[in-house]
Design a protein around this ligand. Structure first.
Ligand SMILES: CC(C)(COP(=O)(O)OP(=O)(O)OC[C@H]1O[C@@H](n2cnc3c(N)ncnc32)[C@H](O)[C@@H]1OP(=O)(O)O)[C@@H](O)C(=O)NCCC(=O)NCCS
Length: 464
């Protein structure tokens, strides 16, 4: 009897020991899992030792000096669960918005309507004709470089031809968009974007060839590249010309199809969300804007900020990841650094260095560093880059909309004082929040201003 009660007591102790050992987690995992792949005999020995230690701890000190997890002094930084919570909350609140939108407006998505944004008349494609004319400017630039490399043109003559070619490249399409009424704002903006890209590419083409001639290290024959190589550069996802681009070994079909699928999917989603979510808010903002009702205007601005920001993020992924990678994969273009981690920007400067790498690289190589080399100060050179960028932003909006309001221009120029303010007064997470707020609030403000002015100029006057 005594024997049996002693055995029972020892069994109870063993069970309790086993229980307490298995309940004590190590870094959120049961101890058995923590032991990992140790050999069975070693595992048994170590496991026993650990269980004994746990038992000891459980019996003696259950308190020790330690910080709460949420105090910064604890050094704890694993907020993965909180991030998931944010995503869940975001999805839930947007699901509510989505339902509310559907109940109020019904289904507004109409893919056919998108075609009318590009074309007024299905038999007339003026924006496309304008894009085809781009080839003329490419041929003039290539011809000029050939003559320069052969020595038939002097540097001065070559420079003059390039300047004239590029001046016409900027003014001619703008004049066509302004004067031909059948070009729609979206068609015009698309054509002008392609002209702007070509302008930057041919500027780089001219500069690089001149640098090579100056260095005299490259044989003349190599500079007179074939026309197909120039067209490779025109289609490649870069604005900076090189004599030899890094190439990837082969086209990865699975990668290419994934990017293509993303492109198609995000195009549909962008169009649908614009029609269903953005347009109704913009339409309902016209009255408060006309009445200068400040509180309602602020409410509409904040309401517009959510879909606008979501669409901008999707556009970023669609353009800088899916489309650029698709083109690069197709052309076996090796350099895929189209963006960096701009979302971690703690300063406005970091954002502009990392969100659009092709433009940033072009600005550094062909504008900023040449200005610095000429002896201009850093602030003057930076201001000049932002001035050029502001000009092109305004050019791409004002000309297709056929009205000059300078909202985009001012938005870009405001980046300089904003960069100074954020860099001077905010650090770390506060700086990062400031960058996000400027993106979330700044863009819908500009969108509302342009749409309002466009509406007043084109529709209210017509109605009156
Ligand atoms: C203006 C702009 C080019 C400044 O870029 P930045 O990276 O902040 O400039 P920095 O002063 O840090 O210098 C950059 C480079 O110039 C070099 N540099 C700096 N001062 C120099 C000097 N006095 N002489 C020579 N080189 C110099 C740096 O070493 C650095 O070289 P690296 O790139 O090889 O490292 C950038 O903010 C920009 O691209 N802005 C426009 C962006 C834009 O409009 N995008 C449109 C997107 S839609």
């Amino acid at each position: 009897m005594a024997d049996s009660s002693a055995t029972e007591a020892s069994t109870r102790r063993r069970r309790a020991a086993g229980r307490s050992a298995s309940l004590l987690p190590v870094n959120g995992q049961p101890e058995a899992a923590f032991l990992g792949s140790a050999p069975a005999n070693v595992r048994g020995g170590r496991g026993q030792a650990k269980r004994d230690r746990s038992l000891e701890t459980a019996r003696s000190d259950c308190h020790r000096t330690q910080e709460s997890l949420l105090s910064s002094a604890s050094g704890y930084n694993n907020y993965r669960g909180i991030l998931n919570w944010c995503v869940v909350m975001l999805v839930l609140s947007n699901a509510r918005l989505f339902l509310e939108n559907l109940l109020r407006y019904g289904i507004l998505v109409d893919p056919i309507q998108v075609i009318s944004l590009f074309l007024h008349d299905p038999y007339s494609w003026p924006a496309l004709c304008l894009v085809i004319v781009e080839n003329m400017f490419i041929l003039v630039a290539v011809y000029t470089e050939r003559q320069l490399s052969k020595g038939s043109f002097s540097e001065r003559v070559g420079f003059l031809i390039h300047c004239t070619n590029m001046a016409i490249m900027i003014t001619f399409p703008a004049a066509v968009v302004l004067l031909v009424p059948s070009i729609t704002p979206v068609g015009g903006a698309s054509a002008l974007s392609l002209y702007t890209i070509l302008f930057l590419k041919l500027y780089s083409y001219k500069d690089v060839n001149r640098w090579c001639r100056e260095l005299s290290t490259i044989k003349v024959k190599k500079l007179a590249r074939s026309l197909s190589y120039i067209y490779y550069f025109i289609f490649a996802p870069t604005l900076c010309y090189e004599l030899n681009f890094p190439r990837s070994p082969k086209i990865r079909m699975a990668f290419l199809i994934r990017r293509l699928f993303e492109m198609l999917f995000f195009t549909q989603l962008l169009v649908a969300l614009t029609q269903q979510w953005m347009v109704p808010i913009i339409q309902s903002s016209m009255k408060p804007l006309e009445d200068m009702d400040l509180s309602r205007m602020t409410e509409r601005l904040l309401r517009l900020a959510v879909p606008n920001h979501l669409l901008w993020l999707m556009f970023f992924y669609w353009f800088f990841h899916s489309s650029m990678n698709f083109t690069a994969e197709l052309l076996r273009f090796g350099d895929r650094q189209f963006y960096n981690d701009w979302w971690n920007s703690e300063t406005v400067t970091y954002f502009w260095q990392n969100w659009n790498i092709p433009v940033h690289k072009w600005c550094l190589r062909h504008f900023y560093k040449p200005l610095l080399r000429k002896g201009f100060s850093k602030i003057v050179s930076q201001s000049a880059v932002f001035l050029l960028s502001a000009f092109f932003h305004e050019y791409l909006l004002s000309v297709p909309l056929r009205m000059f309001r300078l909202w985009a221009f001012m938005g870009m120029m405001a980046q300089l004082p904003l960069a100074w303010l954020v860099g001077r007064f905010l650090r770390g997470n506060y700086g990062n929040a400031a960058v996000w707020i400027s993106l979330i609030i700044g863009q819908p403000f500009a969108v509302l201003m342009y749409v309002h002015d466009y509406y007043v100029l084109h529709y209210r006057q017509e109605a009156e």
